[in-house]
Design a binder for this molecule. Structure first.
Ligand code: G3H
Ligand code: 13P
Ligand code: ZN
Length: 309
């Protein structure tokens, strides 16, 4: 039981037909819900922290909460920086004790992305920390509709090989059809399995990462809206399609939005049904349980990682 890097987890996942779940954390209840799920499912686990989460919860608190989760459950946990946007935040997280960082240079040119990523790899590897980087751009809803237009931003396989060789990264986030958030791409959900196969054949030893892997099922959104929410969510890639990606080369799958929806639905429900109540524990306890159920559901039905610890 320790804070570990993802090296061993990914080595196992690479040889098998499952992916490790990387869940975003912002506070104690979210952390507890996720680790309880991993404990019950006996599953490998990555907890990831965005710059926004780090600012909200404050670095020292998040670190101590994750340490407490390890002590409480006996799990090995990877603590990962999600979407680090520059060298400074990656360095801070390495110095704070994170075991994995993502440098997201996907908005830069190929050469700029390589230069930035190399700088992070050098520092992180000197400190025993692993690095994820991203090549290709995930579509946003505003980027609009057509699959052909969308695929122009997908990861190029030859660039991926060159990128991995020149940067020395430990894992690579690729763009093959998913997008972030609750307002997913309109139009037919689509994952480019052919492209995934080409990339994983060219990079057989590089764990591949899928961001934007919340499905935002209409029933998840409806549950929030039933109790006064007004979330115009648009469904993402269906869970069975993500499961197939986990079976064919994807080693890490990032999920945040579906946990937010699950948690918010419970808070809304409790407060609407109990308008005279004002004890935060009363609405945060069912919210924590909703996180746990959602994570167990993802582990079983999307990640296929139950029992793979
Ligand atoms: O992909 C980003 C994650 O969902 C984190 O979102 O920056 O709002 O914490 P955040
Ligand atoms: P979702 O917004 O689809 O949950 O994606 C989360 C993510 O990719 C975090 O890096
Ligand atoms: Zn992401």
């Amino acid at each position: 039981m320790a804070l570990v890097t993802s090296k061993e987890m990914f080595a196992k996942a690479l040889k098998s037909d499952y992916a490790v779940g990387a869940f975003n954390v912002n506070n104690m209840e979210i952390i507890q819900g996720i680790v309880d799920a991993a404990n019950i499912e006996n599953a490998p686990l990555i907890l990831q922290v965005s710059a926004g989460a780090r600012k909200y919860a404050r670095p020292a608190y998040l670190l101590k909460l994750v340490e407490a989760a390890i002590e409480d459950t006996g799990l090995d946990i990877v603590l990962h920086l999600d979407h680090g946007e520059d060298f400074e935040i990656c360095k801070k997280c390495v110095d704070d004790g994170f075991t994995s960082v993502m440098i997201d240079g996907s908005k830069y040119s190929f050469e700029e992305n390589i230069a930035l990523t190399k700088q992070v790899v050098e520092y992180a590897h000197d400190h025993g920390v692993v690095v994820e980087a991203e090549l290709g751009k995930l579509a946003g809803i505003e980027d609009n509709i057509k699959v052909d237009a969308r695929s122009a931003t997908f990861t190029d396989p030859d660039e991926a090989v060159e990128f991995v060789e020149r940067t020395g990264i430990d894992s690579l986030a690729i763009s093959i059809g998913t997008s972030h958030g609750a307002y997913k791409f309109k139009g037919e959900p689509y994952l480019d399995y052919e492209l995934l196969e080409i990339i994983s054949n060219k990079l057989p030893n590089t764990p591949l990462v899928l961001h934007g892997a919340s499905t935002v099922l209409p029933e998840f959104v409806a549950r929030c809206n039933e109790y006064g929410g007004n979330i115009p969510g648009a469904q993402g890639v269906p869970e069975d399609m993500l499961r197939k990606a986990a079976q064919y080369g994807i080693c890490k799958i990032n999920i945040d939005t579906d946990l937010r929806l699950a948690m918010t639905a419970e808070v809304r429900k409790y407060l609407i049904e109990n308008p005279a109540d004002f004890d935060p524990r009363k609405y945060l306890a069912p919210a924590r349980t909703a996180i746990q159920s959602m994570v167990q559901h993802k582990m079983k039905n999307v990640l296929n990682c139950t029992g793979k610890r």
